[in-house]
Write a protein that binds this ligand. Structure first.
Ligand code: PLP
Length: 409
């Protein structure tokens, strides 16, 4: 008899986006004339930078003729892209990373979700709350958690991120093996300082743990004192893996290109406690289960590092950051406390005593604006909403004007 993976039964059905869709559609039916503005989802809205589009076209043209056609490429990515990433994103910032430590993929979602396959099922995972749900759900699927009871999965070390700790988790008080960190954070939009990140690196070294560092929003960092990569922190090469993506950096959400950094000195341990190099494990996994990102897409990603590409990507991200400022100013004027929106595209807003769904409904029905209820990201998200800066300037300005009017300030 073919039996289903029993761990899938533990998964709490994610009603978040379907609930949002249902409420939005019910509202739209009752008020067909309202032009609803969506600031909920974390998807980009502007077209690809021209340098990427041109490189993409050239890549497609090369595929059209025998002389330049490419079939299967290296699973880890073409060296023209891996070497550029290592030089521009890491060594230029003093982080010691080589091209062959970069694994190009079709998304940070798959990589952050798949990476846990490399570890035993009996390890203890430490996950922030609120959190990008992929980290948690993929560990549930793998059988690394207990049942879902009273809002939480058994066996998981939840690292609470609240106003009390400025939404940066405290070091766990219990022993943990695998630690997920995400900065700039989705959903709270908060960042981490070098000294705070150093405490995590030291903790991982002292306790033989491993950090999975999701830096998908690194391009939004403008404060030069903040780390863009965990490898800017001394000692991180042995204890951290980093995930990056061209999705939010260069508008690749629909084009698909990302990468994972696994330093050759990064170690885990076998059942006898002997160190094992993670690079060879991930290389084995990646080359077995993945066949590379399309050649024209890798050429388009490479163009991010050209002179024009750098300027265009900066302008794109600057535009979203300006939207985030507009959202911040609107929240200031309405008297809402928030974090994020600086060095990040997300603003995490406290509902002044309203619960997340109540706040969501208020914005939808009074202002025709869609946000994301914080409770969808974990227990600690209750009482908050996330507003995303990913939309046109005009829509963000209109949304904020409508909110001001609706909330009477
Ligand atoms: N990591 C975080 C924290 C995200 O918020 C997202 C997307 O929203 C991703 C990863 C996924 O990125 P990608 O488009 O590369 O799969």
């Amino acid at each position: 008899m073919i039996t289903a993976n029993p761990h899938y039964e533990k998964l709490r059905a994610s009603y978040l986006f379907s609930d949002i869709a249902k409420r939005v559609s019910a509202y739209q039916q009752s008020c067909p004339d309202v032009d609803i503005i969506r600031l909920g989802i974390g998807d980009v809205t502007h077209g690809l930078p021209d340098a990427c589009v041109q490189a993409f076209h050239r890549g497609v043209d090369e595929m059209a003729v025998d002389a330049t056609f490419r079939g299967y490429g290296p699973e880890q990515g073409y060296s023209f892209l891996r070497d550029k990433i290592a030089a521009e994103d890491f060594r230029a910032r003093g982080a010691d990373i080589d091209g062959d430590e970069i694994f190009v993929s079709d998304g940070a979602k798959c990589d952050t979700g798949n990476f846990q396959e490399l570890f035993s099922t009996d390890i203890k995972i430490a996950i922030p709350d609120p959190v990008y749900p992929v980290y948690l759900d993929t560990n549930v699927m793998a059988g690394r958690t207990g049942e879902f009871n009273n809002g939480r999965y058994g066996g998981v070390c939840y690292m609470e991120c609240t106003a009390e700790n400025n939404f940066v988790p405290d070091l766990p008080e219990e022993p943990v093996d695998l630690i997920y960190l995400c900065f700039p954070n989705n959903p709270t939009g908060t960042t981490i300082t070098k000294s705070a990140l150093k405490r995590w690196v030291d903790f991982a070294r002292d306790t033989d743990a491993l950090i999975l560092f999701d830096a998908a929003y690194e391009a939004f960092i403008r404060n030069e004192d903040l780390p863009r990569s965990i490898y800017e922190i001394e000692g991180a090469r042995e204890v951290a893996v980093e995930f990056r993506s061209f999705s939010k950096t260069a508008g690749f959400t629909g084009t698909r290109c990302a990468y994972t950094v696994v330093p050759k000195s990064c170690r885990v341990f076998d059942q006898t406690g002997k160190p094992v190099l993670l690079h060879s494990l991930w290389n084995r996994r990646h080359t077995t289960k993945f066949n590379g990102v399309a050649y024209p897409v890798q050429r388009a990603a490479e163009a991010v590092y050209s002179t024009e590409g750098k300027a265009q990507v900066k302008a794109l991200v600057d535009g979203y950051l300006e939207n985030a400022k507009i959202i911040q100013r609107a929240m200031d004027s309405m008297g809402f406390n928030y974090v994020g929106g600086t060095d990040s595209p997300y603003v995490w807003i406290n509902g002044n005593g309203r619960d997340s769904w109540e706040f969501f409904d208020l914005l939808l029905k009074k202002a025709g604006v869609v946000c994301t209820p914080g409770t969808g990201f974990g227990q600690c998200g209750e009482g908050y909403i996330r507003i995303s800066a990913f939309n046109s300037r005009d829509k963000v300005e209109t949304a904020m004007a409508r909110m001001r009017e609706a909330l009477g300030s």
